[in-house]
Design a protein around this ligand. Structure first.
Ligand code: MN
Ligand code: MN
Length: 294
């Protein structure tokens, strides 16, 4: 509990501080690196690479090494932050909006997160939480994204077991006291499809299995990954010191093709409509829940 709360406090401080960095023209890689450095400086560890997702990109964009992308004008930007303390994770996200026309999306997604959190208590059905999210999102004239969900977390496990959808779908399960969840509704404009799809680009990776690649450079990279990032997602950026850029690229290709590592593809709204997200981590208690990232 203490470590969950410490991770939560760090994540929340970093989330609040990052908002002023998001301006047109800011290099996305600067935001990622500042967020990650500030987590470490505060005594936390990185639970996953800082995600910076612009407009129709909903999730899983984190700068690759030498990223040249910047925050465009009139962007709606999701910043998703992951901190752990000894494996106990805090996962939190906020939407920074630079286009007044989209203010309603941010208001609605924050209300939705609030409503879902209010509905959390032991034994509540995940289906009911999905119902609550959908109803709130639609009340404000937007559309929930059905194939992105909140998730249970355990020590060193970011996605562990139960999901919390933003629509009343998926198998019925119930929350239990003592369980930890990240709740993260996503919404899009009514012109959106309410669904995300994966691109071929993927900058966030995770260790999958120890299968020796043929190429010795790939083996070298896998050794580092196995030591440092066996349990939680990592960025290609974090490994840029291991090999020169071209060898590193090839080594990652080898590891992906022999399935030693797997990738999280960048997820975009199917109709390329803007997306908003809000996320908190919470611990279910006997009477409700404690939000660790508020
Ligand atoms: Mn998150
Ligand atoms: Mn999450």
């Amino acid at each position: 509990m203490k470590k969950y709360k410490r991770a939560g406090r760090i994540a929340s401080e970093v989330r609040k501080g990052v908002r002023t960095l998001v301006k047109p023209g800011t290099p996305i890689i600067d935001i990622c690196e500042k967020v990650e450095k500030s987590i470490i400086r505060k005594g936390g560890q990185l639970a996953f690479p800082c995600n910076v997702c612009v407009n129709e990109v909903a999730a899983h964009y984190s700068s690759p090494p030498q990223d040249k992308r910047t925050i465009p004008n009139d962007a709606i930007v999701k910043i998703d932050i992951g901190v752990h303390v000894d494996g106990y994770i805090a996962d939190t996200a906020t939407t920074v909006n630079l286009k007044p026309e989209y203010d309603g999306m941010v208001f609605a997604i924050e209300k939705t997160l609030e409503q879902v959190i209010k509905a959390i208590q032991p034994n509540v059905q995940t289906r009911w939480l999905g119902e609550t999210a959908k109803k709130t999102i639609e009340q404000y004239g937007f559309k929930p994204i059905w194939n992105l969900t909140g998730h249970q977390m355990k020590r060193y496990a970011l996605h562990a077991g139960k999901s919390i959808p933003s629509v009343p779908r998926f198998a019925m399960s119930r929350l239990k006291a003592g369980e930890v969840f990240a709740v993260e509704p996503f919404l899009t404009l009514s012109a959106g499809s309410g669904e995300v799809r994966g691109l071929t680009e993927a900058y966030i990776l995770r260790y999958h299995r120890s299968k020796s690649p043929r190429h010795p450079k790939a083996r070298e990279l896998l050794d580092v990954i196995e030591k440092a990032y066996r349990y939680l997602p990592f960025s290609r950026r974090w490994l840029k010191g291991v090999l020169p850029p071209q060898e590193l690229d090839q080594a990652f290709k080898d590891l992906l093709s022999n399935k030693s590592v797997s990738a999280y593809p960048v997820l975009v709204e199917k109709n390329k409509q803007a997306v908003a997200q809000a996320e908190h981590t919470l611990i279910v208690t006997e009477t409700g829940c404690v939000v660790t990232t508020s």
